[in-house]
Design a protein around this ligand. Sequence first.
Ligand code: ATP
Ligand code: MG
Ligand code: FE
Length: 338
Amino acid sequence: EYLLAIESSCDETAAAVITRDMKILSNIVSSQTDLHEKFGGVVPEIASRAHLERILPVIDDALQKANLSLDQLTAIAVATEPGLVGSLLIGLTAAKTLAMVLDIPLVAVNHIEGHLFACQMQETNPIFPAIGLVVSGGHTNLYHCLPTFEFELIGATIDDAAGEAFDKVAKILGLPYPGGPSIEQTAVKGNPQAFPFPRTFLKDPELRFSFSGLKTAVLYAALGNPGAKKQPPPLTAERIADLAASFQETVVDVLVGKCQQALMQFRHSTLCVGGGVAANTLLRERLTEMTNKAGIHLSMAPPDLCTDNAAMAAIAWHHLDQGRIASLDLDVTPGLVR
Ligand code: ATP
Ligand code: MG
Ligand code: FE
């Protein structure tokens, strides 16, 4: 049995074919980074137009790589929330059309749940119940993940998401978009202790995050505080590397600390981490250290399943088992669900 999954929530046009036993037969991701780069962020109108141009070739590609024809498909899955409305609609319309023409079930998937499910995909045993962390461009959420594949939100950021902070800090430092990978590369040459940035809420008893103060702290350290008399030294390559390394160190400290707090609070012995920022090497190393010490099972998807992809929509197999089939008047839910 074969599931065709479609993802178009933000600026990746993606399609994948996944078998019922979770083998990924193909996983095509067409990223629009080049289109949005010069704006330093995703431009919604450009994103939806690009999805429209790319969606059919990407689906064709996914089927071809899986060596399948349309009539061999069992069901169609599509991410319908959260995301950009114009982007989500392109994937949904393609998915609906295929489901209707092929007369097979259509399944709606939550993109954020997909980021968590990516962790389960490469495991042989069920990983839930667990604490789940989604660190992405739009979200920094902690979840209580239930064996029924239901996800209870137990903590979130009160302002910027971690990935958003990476992107904004990269912009401040004059590093290319998207910020995550470029800060990670630049940080290798820097001193992570050079700037003692604030670890907001790290010692707070509540499960919450804030990255907007950190972003401002980096801005002032890099370019100066307009209210201060003394201005910082010029932004040399060395200083940029130190700022990038110190910023990354701070974000990783906070994320690891909050995961630890949630694990203790909920007495869970499994942690799963997904979303684009989970591709970060330092975060992966520190989470591995922390969970090894604490005797916690850490489940992290490989980096290419952390950033946006369609394969993670394979959570649709579970929805299908529960009879959660969508009707053809299915709509998108763009708003950020926190
Ligand atoms: P959401 O999933 O919240 O809807 P999104 O889909 O746009 O948002 P993802 O594609 O999951 O987000 O993740 C993209 C984010 O991950 C970007 O902010 C990017 O900078 C960040 N990112 C990607 N790679 C890395 C990395 N190696 N280190 C840190 N951050 C990274
Ligand atoms: Mg993206
Ligand atoms: Fe995402």
